[in-house]
Design a protein around this ligand. Structure first.
Ligand code: FAD
Ligand code: ZN
Length: 478
């Protein structure tokens, strides 16, 4: 979609300058070969493709610092990149920028089970951080389906959400301290393990969620939590989004904070998964309009299953739950999760898909879905809304698939119109047009219409102060 050819604003970098950048990391880690560059230029869904004269893969914080110093001196734009799993085009060099990949900064510097912290460099994948925490009987509670590829640096830069946010919060909640290389090459060392530190402004939070526009995160101290002693996973068929919301209320009231995931899905989405995702089976015997994937986790070894059964029984008695099954093994739990995790991937089989990542107050989710469905089908008769996601956070991935038998290109041309119809409903409920994926380039032009003008002005001032030459991920967010 946003596969833009070079434009007049694209900077042509001369070979001598490129050689100076390459000298910092060594030729082996300065990639210019187009084939070898591809994994850094194409986004996973192939919605965005970029082009770059050079991908730099520094192996130390000192090298990152030297790169930014040179970039600042020569006003050379840089796009920071982690695992390249971002969904809003923020990590892609759309205008021939140099890509600064952090994936060689992948050391776990320390795990401190007593202080409940782990100190990771930016390029450590989320999965490795979670494994390192588990090895000392702790949990790093960020959980994204992209965990095998996405990085701690990328998670913090996007302030990622995911499927455990209902219990543990989003990326911002996990970070205690950061190490950041500033646009001029200086290294901000704020790598502390402190829960309490009231010595002035909370600078780390400027860089979390800034999508690489204010500084390059090179390491972070992350907060760990106790590893749960029992986990129970249920897959339930429910009649409506309203019923799912009521079930969430029951689960939260009864379990006292043990609800660690509460995801909703539609039948249409399940059918796509069953048809196109290998090895996925319908967990329930007959079809239902809506589904809930609910996970409870507890520090108690006993009693969690009985609690989950009681929640579901209560839901059935009240006519909310039509059928449900509880995983009998870890493998079965994983199979339930696989159905949910394939939702993003299988949408391409439905043709063109216009995507939204919105949030509204949790109580407003059913009304949002109903009204957004009405708005998009009035706009494009036959359009197939496919909402799914994190009901417990009020965060719905509201995707709209093209009407059957129509032209994909013609449908995708209406992207902005569909966005406008959905965002009008989001606005009505005091929601956000970007709940967890960020702004990147995908939502940049929409920001002025939804953001408080004073907030936007402050954001621009911060950008000018921290990156006066505009070298850090230009054209993203603002
Ligand atoms: P990248 O994609 O490389 O970069 C993302 C942004 O961060 C870019 O703007 C980039 O410039 C910047 N950046 C990266 N590293 C740094 C750094 N070290 N310093 C400064 N800036 C940096 N997201 C969710 O929030 N919740 C989900 O449930 C979720 N599910 C996903 C499922 C799938 C299958 C996929 C493909 C993606 C999903 N995502 C989800 C989106 C994505 O995984 C997250 O945004 C993730 O945090 C990006 O990490 P990354 O390392 O891949 O970053
Ligand atoms: Zn999500």
């Amino acid at each position: 979609m946003l596969d833009k050819p070079p434009t007049s604003s694209d900077k042509k970098l001369d070979q001598k300058l490129l050689a100076r950048f390459a000298a910092i990391v060594g030729d082996k880690y300065a990639i210019t070969d187009p084939q070898a560059q591809t994994p850094y230029l194409v986004e996973m869904r192939d919605l965005f493709r970029g082009h770059s004269p050079m991908v730099l893969r520094p192996g130390s914080v000192a090298e990152v610092s030297a790169i930014l110093q040179l970039a600042n001196e020569t006003a050379t734009p840089i796009v920071p990149q982690g695992g390249n799993t971002g969904l809003v085009g923020g990590q892609i060099p759309h205008h021939n920028e140099i890509v600064l990949s952090l994936n060689r900064l992948d050391r776990i510097r320390e795990v401190d089970p007593t202080s409940y912290t782990i100190t990771c460099e930016a390029g450590v994948t989320l999965q490795r951080a979670r494994e390192a925490a588990a090895a000392v009987d702790r949990l790093y509670p960020q959980l994204l389906p992209s965990e095998g590829t996405c990085t701690i640096g990328g998670n913090l830069a996007t302030n990622a959400g995911g499927t455990a946010a209902i219990a543990h919060g989003i990326a911002r909640a996990h970070a205690l301290g950061l190490e950041v290389v500033l646009a001029d090459g200086r290294v901000l060392n704020d790598l502390n393990k402190l829960k309490k530190d009231n010595t002035g402004y909370d600078l780390k939070n400027l860089f979390i969620g800034a999508e690489g526009t204010l500084g390059v995160i090179t390491a972070a101290v992350l907060r760990l939590v106790p590893r749960p002693r029992s986990v129970e996973t249920a897959f339930a068929g429910v009649a409506s989004a309203e019923a799912a919301l009521e079930l969430l209320g029951i689960a939260q009231e009864r379990s006292g904070g043990d609800v660690t995931s509460f995801e909703i899905m539609t039948r249409a989405g399940i059918e796509l998964v069953l048809r196109h995702a290998q090895g996925c089976r319908d967990p329930l015997a007959s079809p239902h309009a809506w589904y809930v994937l609910m996970e409870l986790s507890s520090q108690q070894r006993e009693g969690l299953r009985a609690l989950l059964e009681a929640v579901l029984a209560d839901g059935m008695e009240r006519g909310l739950v039509l059928d449900a099954t509880i995983a009998e093994s870890i493998e079965q739990g994983k199979a339930f999760w696989r159905v949910r995790e394939m939702f993003g991937e299988v949408q391409r089989y439905a043709g063109g898909s216009i995507k939204h990542d919105i949030s509204v107050p949790v109580a407003a989710v059913p009304a949002f879905i109903r009204e957004a469905d009405a708005a998009v089908t009035a706009l494009i008769p036959g359009a197939r809304p496919l909402p799914f996601g994190h009901l417990g956070d009020g965060n719905i991935h509201y995707n709209v698939n093209q009407p059957v038998g129509t032209d994909k290109g013609e449908f995708l041309k209406r992207w902005d119109e569909v966005n406008a119809a959905v965002f009008a409903v989001v606005k009505k409920y005091g929601g956000s047009i970007s709940a967890e994926h960020g702004v990147g380039v995908m939502k940049r032009d929409l920001l002025p219409s939804v953001k408080d003008p004073v907030a936007l002005d402050l954001m621009r001032s911060l950008k000018r102060m921290l990156d006066p030459k505009g070298i850090l991920n230009p054209g993203k967010v603002l």
